[in-house]
Design a protein. Sequence first.
Length: 311
Amino acid sequence: MQKTIAKPFTIKGIGLHSGRDFQAVISPAPCNTGIQFRRDDVRHCDYTRITPYNVSSTQLATTIDCGGLPISTIEHFSAAFYGLGIDNAFISVSGTEVPILDGSAKEIIECIENAGYKEQNESRKVLKVTSPVSIEYEGKTVEIEPSNNFEITFELDYPHPVIGKQVFTYVYNENTFHREIGIARTFGFKREVEALWSMGLAKGGSLDNAIVIDDEKGVLNEEGLRFSNEFVRHKILDMFGDLALIGYRLQGKIKASKSGHHVNNVFARALLEATNSYVIEEEKESKKIKNEKKESPAYNSFNGNIAVSAV
């Protein structure tokens, strides 16, 4: 059955891009609402349901368009909702960004767990993959094939000894998501962070909200890594957040190589549009329902050579 949170809660912290203080108020929502965001610093801004088609930017994070207004870095929030099985929620944000917190979904998950869950009286809808769908974009690939579960195998390959090549497979389970994926932090190289600062970007980025790697000293964070392969686990966290915008529970086996927010979004759109490659079912009764009409993209900045394959 669908779930929402049992009571409202508020999360406060700085934004990754501006370095300013923001807050997000998360509230229960009725059945079939999905996850909806709005800007509460602007009058008459309505809630907008997240979809792959209202993503307006994937530079450094996933940014959505809410009535012509941006809300950035939503992927850890959407990952936490999906990971804990929350189908419906309202998120009201005090400005252009949600708080980055510690660079993972840890605090969001803990707040959801403290607020509790409320089971609702309608079944979830599951997008069940029936034939493979894949994309290739600038040497980065994502593919999905039929499976009885939802799982992601991610391959990460950085030419740096601290990261190198990492491959990890996670089979989704609401009970393990927090400790296996949700606490994995975002990461970056010190030289890249300094370059972003010089361009007026990532002003809120620090050792408090990211793993920072120095070319000579390695990981600069005093606590070190939470996992030896925390980097690839965070990439899986980001993928959960970006694919949560599809709006259904997913059933299929994903294999991804070197993907990021941009390619994740291209894949989410490609999957939704490959209507002959999946069916939509109710989670418990497994009752097939007609594929719903997909909205046309309101924004599309994804030019380039994208190879899409659906069988």
